[in-house]
Write a protein that binds this ligand. Structure first.
Ligand SMILES: *Cc1c(COP(=O)(O)O)cnc(C)c1O
Ligand code: SF4
Length: 338
């Protein structure tokens, strides 16, 4: 076998692919050769359809049940006035009460030793089940980051900063570089975690400059990507991960949201774990969807979730079994269900 270094993408590619994302249901229908007119445009207001073309390219043509399409296509159910799930869980706009845990604008700390920085409100893709769909980004504007940095400098218990969003990799290399250099200069911070969907939905985001930024910090870098279905992984994601792994000391993990009609079956999730591993990524969490208003169509009961997870445990080596977890406000850690 011949090994060659994987090539990062040229810097202009992701910028133009980001601008060129599909934002109209009619166009998505044309590309997929599907009549999508029965989708409710009203559901789109405030959280419009947005999906980059490299992700669309991995959807099956002429299949309304395609698991990638289901994640991004606005559905009429989003506007149904459902406020309680069949198992009694109440839905709300802010089920995680993230606002209560803000230590400064854009800085959320729920757990000891690690704090989450909202790096940008923007995302490359709009996932219909997103728990930050209704997040008051205007109160957490990255333009007011000084207060957050002051807290990080002050509190030497914080050893890990998690960049989240939105999607932190939507930031340009220049502004991401500035932010990381800033964190790098705070000596008690040891680890930098980046939660991002871009290596999946827009693999061309992996540029030489980005790799240089990640390679030149003294911080240990953990990149947590977000893939929900094996069909999301192809030769481009493999190339993106291979580039990232080439940067010294980077750990690559994946988190998945368990979604009805998308990936609520053990065979699909086992295939996802195996394909992730084949591409150099370890499964981390399998999340129960958060109880956000308008996302009831995606919810899986806890009983069903445990069944699926048990079936996965029977087929996968332990290191490929993600932790089944749920986010509950007021706890010292995420609740691990299995
Ligand atoms: C999920 C989450 C974390 C990270 O938790 P880990 O179990 O370390 O992955 C940190 N902060 C917030 C606010 C979170 O929601
Ligand atoms: S990429 Fe993440 S933050 Fe952005 S819409 Fe999807 S789930 Fe939400």
């Amino acid at each position: 076998m011949v090994f060659t270094d994987p090539e990062p993408w040229q810097p202009h590619v992701w910028r133009s692919e980001l601008k060129d994302a599909v934002t109209s249901v009619a166009e998505l229908g044309r590309v997929l050769r599907l009549p999508l007119e029965d989708c409710d445009e009203g559901a789109i207001a405030g959280f419009p359809l947005r999906v980059p073309r490299p992700f669309v390219a991995r959807m099956r043509r002429n299949d309304p049940d395609d698991p990638l399409l289901r994640q991004v296509l606005p559905a009429a159910a989003e506007k149904e006035p459902v406020s309680v799930l069949p198992d009694g869980t109440r839905l709300s706009v802010d089920p995680l009460r993230e606002n209560d845990y803000a230590r400064a604008p854009a800085l959320i700390q729920k757990y000891r030793g690690r704090a989450l920085l909202i790096a940008t409100p923007a995302c490359a893709v709009h996932c219909r089940y997103c728990f930050r769909k209704h997040f008051p980004y205007e109160d957490h504007s990255p333009g007011r980051r000084e207060a957050a940095l002051a807290v990080l400098r002050e509190d030497d218990e914080i050893a890990e900063v998690i960049l989240s969003g939105g999607d932190p990799l939507v930031m340009t290399d220049a502004s991401l570089g500035r932010l990381i250099r800033c964190l790098d200069s705070i000596l008690h911070i040891e680890r930098l975690r980046i939660h991002t969907r871009l290596p999946i939905v827009l693999p061309s985001r992996i540029t030489r400059d980005l790799l240089d930024i990640l390679a030149s910090t003294r911080l240990r870098v953990v990149v947590v990507v977000h893939a929900n279905h094996p069909q999301e992984l192809d030769s481009d994601t493999a190339r993106a991960f291979a580039c990232l792994r080439g940067a010294p000391g980077i750990t690559l993990l994946n988190q998945t949201v368990l979604l009805r009609g998308v990936n609520d079956a053990a065979p699909a999730l086992c295939a996802l774990s195996e394909r992730l591993f084949a591409q150099g990524v370890l499964p981390y969490y399998l999340h129960m969807p958060d109880a956000v208003i308008g996302t009831h169509g995606f919810h899986v009961t806890e009983v069903r979730a445990r069944q699926i997870h048990d079936a996965m445990a029977e087929r996968l080596p332990g290191y490929l079994l993600p932790k089944l977890a749920r986010e509950e406000p007021g706890r010292a850690a995420k609740t691990v269900l299995a």
